[in-house]
Design a protein around this ligand. Structure first.
Ligand code: AFP
Length: 340
């Protein structure tokens, strides 16, 4: 008797997926694919060092501060430089910008210039490195807008809706590469035995609601009253609407948003009395994550406006962020507007 073989999901590498994705764009030159390959290589090199953390003397801090005033960890520096070195020579990019560097990162003159712009946060959540907690890399890709010559800030400071690709790499109990080029959000898990990312989460769709909120509640007394009332509402007992919600907060954006994407709920980093625009950077964190979450059927807002519509004014500007299940984000906006 022939046994019933359970229907396996398709065995697909990230490389194959990227190439097949080109079919959505008959005009494609292969440059975006090249760029994504470069990022997946850099990700594996960073992962190799992350898994060695604690074994070699790579943990600990350097004496340098990044431009946001955080002490830079050695792994941050390694990730920052590895991504730049993997991406500077492929002819895909005309410029890069990293959360760790104040200014634009230009392509060396001896390498060809490409038509894309790459922004990245090399190791987000680095405050968690020493405790072996999930951290991640976030990336965002745009087309250049200036016609030729050395790329300028104009190429980089584009609204998030103009992204052509975005994604994140999660360094957790396994390593994942999650990306979107406008045709669904797809997740790949590294199989370390063969060194390949394999499709593990095809076409991720975020639930429209989810009874989980994720934020740094320690800032409660610094929030405006409407924000305090919103969180108070989530904590009230009401079986009909599934309250109280559960609080889950890693303090590592990639981990917190990855969970939100899979299980639903909301992740917030509001402005407060100390930091009116919150903590998170529009270009390196909020735009790419909003692009991913919207493409998975969710929403992202600064409390009043869609994140992807904001016109950036500076490379390292911050905005508040409310992101996740659409109904949860809308409810937060209503509270913040004083409508509830
Ligand atoms: P670090 O990279 O400095 O650890 O910051 C991480 C982060 O930008 C983001 O990943 C977290 O969600 C957020 O900051 C945590 O901020 P709080 O420590 O203020 O909660």
């Amino acid at each position: 008797m022939i046994s019933q073989v359970p229907k396996a999901s398709k065995l697909m590498t990230l490389e194959r997926h990227i190439i097949e994705g080109e079919r959505h764009h008959p005009e494609a030159t292969g440059k975006l694919s090249g760029l994504l390959h470069g990022l997946s290589l850099a990700a594996k090199l960073v992962w190799r060092e992350v898994t060695k953390a604690g074994l070699v003397n790579i943990l600990g801090t350097t004496d340098r501060m990044n431009i946001s005033g955080d002490v830079v960890k050695k792994l941050d520096e390694f990730a920052d430089q590895t991504i730049y070195r993997a991406m500077d020579h492929g002819g895909d990019l005309c410029v890069m910008a990293s959360e760790e560097n104040e200014d634009l990162l230009h392509i060396p003159a001896n390498y060809p210039q490409g038509k894309y712009v790459l922004l990245y946060d090399p190791l987000d959540g680095s405050g968690n490195i020493d405790a072996n907690i999930t951290i991640g890399t976030i990336f965002s890709v745009y087309q250049r807008v200036t016609p030729s010559g050395m790329a300028t800030l104009e190429d980089v400071l584009q609204e998030g809706y103009k992204q052509v690709a975005a994604g994140y790499i999660l360094f957790g109990s396994s390593m994942m590469f999650v990306y979107c080029t406008g045709h669904g959000v797809h997740g790949f898990t590294l199989d370390p035995s063969v060194g390949e990312f394999l499709l593990s989460h095809e076409d991720i769709r975020i639930p429209q609601r989810g009874p989980v909120y994720s934020l740094n509640q320690g800032n409660f007394n610094r929030w405006e009253p409407n924000m305090q009332r919103y969180i108070g509402h989530l904590q009230e007992e009401d079986a009909k609407t599934g309250r109280p919600y559960s609080l889950r907060y890693v303090g590592s954006m990639v981990a917190d948003i990855h969970r939100t994407l899979l299980y639903g709920g909301i992740y917030c980093y509001p402005g407060d009395a100390k930091n009116p625009s919150g903590k998170l950077r529009l270009m390196y964190e909020n735009n790419p994550m909003s692009y991913i979450v919207e493409n998975a059927g969710g929403a992202a807002s600064d409390g009043r406006r869609r994140i992807l519509d904001l016109k950036p004014t500076a490379l390292h500007e911050r905005t508040p962020l409310f992101i996740g299940s659409t109904e949860e984000v809308r409810m937060a906006e209503e509270f913040l507007a004083g409508k509830r």
